[in-house]
Design a protein around this ligand. Structure first.
Ligand code: A3P
Length: 327
């Protein structure tokens, strides 16, 4: 054992005991009979994410040209990652072949990793500083727990995407049913909506998450671009041009825009071998990130009572903010 190692291992065992004690004291709830979640900084998180989130918050040093993508789960993260990869990193020359395409080689979650579940969860001190510029990261964490170096002490940009809450909960419901209950009856939708509306779900409360980023994006539109899944569907060219300009990589012609949209389309990504097989995270199959991608799919599932419950929650949370995710 090298000099000092014994001391550092005692220190780290003290630290981990302190971490365990800290986590044990946090309020806990059971999420959908599938996993425990803890309340920290006003939000609900799987316990294993809290220490990585704290390390990120206290140690991450942003570069001016970093880009942080943020989303509540199931609001278009995979699509946004694919689009940003194409816009910032991939050769889009005429001669580029299918095999040059970064999206053909890996699932988008591999190339833009989620900070708290894929980076700091495996290494407390990851070597992020030798990564080529611009560095692209993703998080599902709320604005209030982002490091100051991202929010205030650098020119790092933030791209936020969100979605109609009714489609978000339906997408979540399908996703978690496929993960937690593959051979069981789906979790009762009424209970899922209840958890969603009272905020006791992974990365909840959804409505607070969206509102915080919305308000910040209104104050600092050059720092935070606020996107909506429905707008990307309604006007893909316009929204993707906006995204590219925000990232400082405006398109040179319409053909480029169309190519990026085609490369990132749900149909194409779903059918790539890399997404039909394998798994990036905790055994979650890559295929589970691609479902229907339809705006208004909630109409096929939510009773008028459940719709009203979600609408009422949205109205009360967003009141006075000019934000309307139903519009
Ligand atoms: P549905 O469950 O409504 O089909 P996330 O990437 O944040 O996990 O969100 C998943 C949702 O985005 C799923 O919605 C999925 O089908 C949809 N999605 C994934 N890739 C997409 C793409 N390239 N274009 C449009 N929607 C996509």
């Amino acid at each position: 054992m090298a000099e000092g190692e014994e001391g550092s291992s005692i220190q780290s065992s003290h630290n981990s005991q302190a971490d365990d004690a800290f986590l044990n004291e946090l309020p806990r709830a059971r999420f959908w009979d599938g996993m425990d979640i803890c309340q920290w900084e006003g939000g609900w998180f799987e316990p294993g994410l809290i220490k990585p989130a704290m390390t990120f918050k206290t140690t991450f040093e942003a570069h001016n040209d970093d880009v942080l993508l943020v989303s509540p789960p199931k609001t278009g993260t995979t699509w946004l990652k694919a689009l940003c990869l194409c816009i910032t990193q991939n050769p889009s020359t005429e001669n580029a072949t299918e095999t040059d395409d970064i999206l053909v080689k890996e699932n988008p979650h591999f190339n833009i990793q989620t900070i708290e579940s894929m980076i700091y969860s495996t290494k407390p001190h990851p070597d992020l500083y030798s990564a080529p510029s611009p560095r692209l990261f993703h998080t599902h964490l709320p604005y209030k727990v982002l490091p100051d170096s991202i929010k205030n002490n650098s020119d790092c940009k933030i791209v936020y995407i969100t979605r109609n809450p009714k489609d978000t909960i339906i997408s979540l419901w399908h996703f978690f049913n496929s993960i937690f209950r593959p051979n069981l009856e789906p979790f009762p939708l009424e209970k899922a909506v209840e958890c969603f509306c009272n905020g006791v779900h992974q990365y909840g409360p959804f409505f607070d998450h969206v509102l915080e980023y919305w308000l910040e994006s209104q104050k600092r539109p050059n720092k935070i671009l606020f996107l909506r899944y429905e707008e990307l569907k309604r006007d893909p060219k316009g929204e993707v041009k906006k995204l590219a300009s925000f990232l400082g990589k405006p398109f040179v012609n319409e053909e480029e825009v169309e190519k990026v949209l085609w490369r990132c389309s749900l149909e194409r990504l779903r059918n790539l071998d890399v997404n039909k097989n394998g798994s990036i995270l905790y055994g979650v199959p890559n295929s589970s990130y691609f479902r229907r991608g339809v705006v208004g799919d909630w109409k096929n599932y939510l009773s008028p009572e459940l719709q009203e419950q979600i609408n009422r929650t949205a109205r009360s949370k967003f009141e006075g903010s000019s934000l309307d995710l139903d519009a």
